[in-house]
Structures are given as structure tokens and as C-alpha cells.
Design a protein around this ligand. Structure first.
Ligand code: GAL
Length: 378
């Protein structure tokens, strides 16, 4: 080809780049399970995520995953959006550290990060499930990090078990005093062992070291008090722990929810003064049926209800596991259920299942939708 002919082709290609014609097409719908591209055209990498709304912008935080491993080689990522359809990659909010002594050393496990904003300190506070490098899931720590800016960088503060030396508010004096150890209850899953779990066998075992915490979420109540909700006691029991006024610590005040109920992936919202929590069962990366828990007081009695998902695919939560529920700004009773369709053989390809929460008799109901937009809430 003559160089005279090549020139206009080069100019055309240059113009395409310069005018952003290769940029990501504007989205105006949510398509659960499809590839969700960010502003650079890459599938969003923010798994097990949570959402923060701050001054007109939504910030989505999640686990960065690779092609081969679910472990944290990068850290917690952040994406921002004004409309919940188009997402700008804000890069890494909390980076793993290069120092092998660090509790968040590259290759460790960081899961289910959530960020809340503290009105008094003007800081953004991130909590996450933290596991030590090459120690599988045995540490069962809660990690905490803070930042002056929503997008980070977050400064890592601590990773530890929860509330060492404190009893749950709703554990009886008799059960606190029991001397029985895990081995005294014999084999797992027998009726005797189940009774032991209900009586707080693992709470006692971890009393001095602190309570285990794996799958987790955060919730800020209308009065500004914040809580961490996490799978504790070998993932058998949920615990809800109050946070300090600056949100960076636990206060020692916590309750147990559904002892032995095997709830994971807690996600919570409040509507008309009632607290609703959607959880999953405990089957690793494989999906299972969701459950619903309802309470009038966050540290009060929680009542268990069946799967809030209905219709085709409901029994496996539409092949996903919940991670967060957030209110849509400017709309009444508008909540979005965020879930993950995990791909453990290629974790980076994990998909996002977001569905609107509908209400029937004031109870949340989730139905599959191939594609939807915010007008479903009108
Ligand atoms: C799931 C949990 C995930 C991850 C996974 C590891 O049950 O919800 O966050 O920890 O187990 O197998």
C-alpha cells in the first residue's frame, strides 16, 4: 500500500481514540450475570462488595480477584458512579502490603470489604474479613482501615478477632459459666453437639482470644450508631457487634443470632423501623438458598423466615450469594440486593447479580430479572 493511502487511516484511528469513540458505551440498565464493564472497558473487579453513597456519588468497594486465585494480591478496589449503571475505576482503595510481617501481606485473604462514613471524624472506615498469608481461613479476623477520602488510599489499622473478654448480651449466666469444652460434646452435628453450640460452646472457647469473624457486613443506623454483622463461631452463628463512636473499634456490646443456624453472607437494611437481614447457607463458593431474618431492634430478638427469593432459580439465590443491600437515593422503599455469582476456577470472571427488592405484605421479595433499570422502583 502506498504511504499516501496509509496516512488517512492512521489519522482516522487517531481520531477514534482522541474522541473517545472506543470508550465504554453508556449504560442505562442493570443486567445481572452479564459482563459489567467499567469506564476502561474492563469487567468490574469488585467481588463480595459493598456500597457507600456519599455527596452525590455511589462508591462500590470489593475484592480484587485474579484469574487463578481468590487471594488478595492487589487489595480492595473502588469504583464510582452517579447513576448506578456507569462505573469509573477508582483503582485500589486498600492495597495489600509487601512486608511479610504485615497482617495484610500480599497473597493473604481479604474478603467482603465494606465502607461507612463517620460524620463526626469525617473519616471513611473500611471493615473486611481478614485471613493471614498461607493460613487458609483459620485466623477469622476482622480487618479495619481508614481514609480521609472515599476512594482511598486507606490506611490499615488492625486485624484481629472481635471483642476479646466480653460476653454476648444475650448469653445466659448459666451458659457463660459452663466448663464444658468442645471435646466434651463429642462429634460435630450430633444432637448433643448442636445443643453445645446453642449454649455457646465456641463463644466460651474464644472468650479470651476474641470471637471469630468471617463473612461480614456493616450497618449504620438512623442515629449514627454502627454495627458489624459477621459469621462467627465456626460460621455456625451470626454475631452483631456495636462499633465505637468513631467506628474504628468494637465496644464489647454484641449479640448472637441464630446459634447453630449456619448463616453466611449477611446483608441488612432497615425499612419502616424494621431490620431485615438476608443471609445464605454455608456451602463455600457454591450457591444455596437464601434466608431472611427480621427484628424490631438491631440488638434484639431476630426471627427467621424462609427464602425471600421467589420464582425460577430462587432455591439457589439465582446461582449467587448475597453481599450487600443498599437504598437507592431519592426513591422511597428502593433497595438493591447485591450478590456474587462466584467463579472459583476463574475468580476474576465472577459475575454480579443485582436485583431490586420488592415488598409483599411488607416483607422483602426478590425475583429474577434479565435486565432492569431504576424505574422499577417508581
Ligand atoms: C463462602 C464465603 C466467601 C468465601 C468462600 C470461601 O462461603 O461466603 O466469602 O469465604 O466461602 O470458600
Amino acid at each position: 500500500m502506498e504511504s499516501k493511502m496509509l496516512k488517512p487511516i492512521f489519522i482516522a484511528i487517531f481520531l477514534l481514540f482522541a474522541t473517545g469513540s472506543f470508550a465504554q458505551q453508556k449504560q442505562n440498565t442493570v443486567s445481572p450475570g452479564e459482563l459489567w464493564k467499567d469506564d476502561q472497558g474492563n469487567h468490574i473487579n469488585a467481588h463480595g462488595g459493598g456500597m457507600l453513597y456519599h455527596k452525590g456519588t455511589y462508591y462500590w468497594f470489593g475484592e480484587h480477584k485474579g484469574e487463578k486465585s481468590n487471594n488478595a494480591y492487589v487489595g480492595v478496589t473502588c469504583y464510582s458512579s452517579k447513576d448506578l449503571y456507569n462505573w469509573k475505576n477508582e483503582s485500589v482503595a486498600l492495597a495489600v502490603e509487601d512486608n511479610p510481617e504485615s497482617l495484610i501481606y500480599k497473597g493473604c485473604i481479604i474478603e467482603r470489604p465494606k465502607v461507612i462514613y463517620n460524620d463526626q471524624t469525617k473519616k471513611f472506615v473500611m471493615y473486611f474479613h481478614s485471613e493471614l498469608f498461607r493460613r487458609g481461613y483459620e485466623a477469622a479476623y476482622t480487618g479495619v482501615a481508614v481514609s480521609d477520602k472515599a476512594t482511598g488510599p486507606y490506611q490499615f489499622l488492625s486485624a484481629a478477632r472481635v471483642n476479646p473478654g466480653y460476653w454476648p448480651l444475650n448469653m445466659s449466666q448459666d451458659h457463660r459459666r459452663l466448663k464444658l469444652k468442645a471435646e466434651d460434646y463429642g462429634k460435630w452435628w450430633t444432637p448433643k453437639w448442636r445443643e453445645g453450640v446453642e449454649q455457646g460452646l465456641f463463644v466460651r472457647e474464644n472468650f479470651y482470644s476474641g470471637q471469630m469473624s468471617r463473612d461480614m457486613t456493616l450497618f449504620v443506623d438512623d442515629n449514627g450508631k454502627a454495627y458489624q454483622i459477621y459469621s462467627s463461631e465456626e460460621n455456625l452463628t451470626l454475631q452483631i457487634a456495636e462499633l465505637s463512636n468513631d467506628y474504628t473499634r468494637h465496644t464489647g456490646k454484641y449479640i448472637r443470632v441464630e446459634p447453630g443456624g449456619h448463616n453466611e453472607a449477611p446483608a441488612i437494611f432497615k425499612r419502616n423501623g424494621k431490620y431485615f437481614m438476608i443471609t445464605s447457607g454455608c456451602t463455600g463458593w457454591d450457591p444455596n438458598a437464601a434466608r431472611l431474618l427480621v427484628a424490631d431492634d438491631i440488638l434484639g430478638e431476630w426471627k427467621l423466615y424462609p427464602n425471600p427469593c421467589v420464582g425460577a432459580g430462587a432455591e439457589l439465590t439465582f446461582k449467587s450469594q448475597g453481599t450487600y443491600i443498599f437504598p437507592v437515593q431519592g426513591k422511597k422503599d428502593a433497595f438493591i440486593f447485591m450478590a456474587d455469582r462466584w467463579r472459583p476456577s476463574n475468580p476474576i470472571d465472577g459475575r454480579y447479580i443485582w436485583l431490586p427488592i420488592q415488598f409483599e405484605n411488607d416483607f422483602p421479595v426478590i425475583k429474577w430479572m434479565d435486565r432492569w433499570d431504576l424505574s422499577v422502583f417508581n
